[in-house]
Design a protein around this ligand. Structure first.
Ligand code: MN
Length: 307
């Protein structure tokens, strides 16, 4: 690797540089390697460490933003929470929510928590913790191949296939879904309904097979209020871009399409936090780990270069 910097050997930290103290960091990387409800193959427990390991090998000069993002900012890579990651979701999900609540209370408004999954079910307790600590209405932008709007799956309401139904029921201001190309019939009914929780929550879904990304940027931003939580299931990408996911779907978004969706949101809205989930590292290929790490770094860059 020509650009591997010899000083970046702290593999436990994002980018491989020295760890900023939690209290002084602009960004907090939190590994949440939970994998109990994934439906097809297991392996997302190795997601956070694969992203952090790959991040030490990405070029730190951002060719789009024309800057060394890391020099403009401070990053704290947090240890994995001391929770029982082997517990069933009915036990784990509430424990993660309590953990995130106490962590958020330690953070100031200008610090951004970036959670790395793990399976997608972790997003609900994180969003729920924000609702209780943040005390302001916010929207959720959801990038995914799957609508994740099932009431329950495999006997659990906390399955990764139900995460957006839990978030919808929790009463956020609005949910905007992008890249969806696999859903159950009941989920389609919820999407057609558009307004939920007695009209309090709006749900707007942009399907990958009918909507060209260029045309949706401004209505998408209009569907989000000022404060936004973003959840990115890596299977929103086409499997030719990110193959290492547990439930791949054909016809996904390309690298530039995902950035074209996220750029205006990250540069114009207030991002209260975001997560990147469902990386299921593959033996013999680092492509997906590397792209996920570059995505996280680019998103940090957008937040440091707001328009
Ligand atoms: Mn998915």
């Amino acid at each position: 690797m020509g650009f591997l910097k010899s000083s970046r050997y702290y593999m436990a930290n994002f980018l491989g540089y020295d760890n900023s103290p939690l209290s002084q960091a602009r960004f907090i990387i939190l590994p949440v390697p939970y994998d109990k409800t994934t439906s097809y193959i297991k392996g997302t427990t190795r997601g956070p460490s694969a992203i952090i390991r790959a991040s030490a090998n990405i070029e730190t000069y951002d060719e789009e933003l024309l800057c060394e993002t890391y020099k403009k900012t401070t990053i704290h890579t947090h240890p994995q929470p001391a929770l029982n990651f082997f517990a069933k979701p009915e036990k784990f999900i509430p424990s993660l929510k309590r953990y995130i609540k106490s962590l958020l209370k330690e953070l100031s408004d200008d610090q951004t928590l970036i959670s790395l999954g793990g399976e997608h079910s972790i997003s609900y307790p994180i969003v729920n913790a924000y609702q209780e600590v943040f005390k302001k209405e916010f929207s959720v932008l959801h990038l995914d191949a799957h609508s994740d709007l099932r009431e329950s799956f495999d006997g659990s309401i906390y399955s990764h296939a139900c995460v957006m139904k839990r978030i919808l029921d929790s009463g956020v201001k609005s949910i905007v879904q992008v890249g969806i190309r696999n859903l159950a019939e009941g989920c389609m009914r919820l999407i057609r309904q558009e307004r939920h929780n007695k009209g309090k929550t709006t749900l707007k879904t942009y399907f990958a097979h009918t909507q060209h990304i260029v045309g949706i940027q401004s209505p998408l931003c209009a569907g989000l209020c000022e404060d936004v939580y973003v959840t990115i299931d890596l299977d929103v990408f086409d499997p030719s871009v990110i193959p290492a996911v547990g439930t791949p779907e054909p016809g996904g978004l390309g690298w530039y399409e995902v950035l074209d969706i996220l750029r205006p949101v990250f540069q114009k809205k207030r991002i209260i936090g975001f997560d990147v989930v469902e990386l299921c590292p593959m033996k013999g290929s680092i492509v997906s780990d590397f792209i996920a790490a570059k995505l996280v770094y680019r998103l940090m860059g957008y937040l440091c270069n707001r328009r």
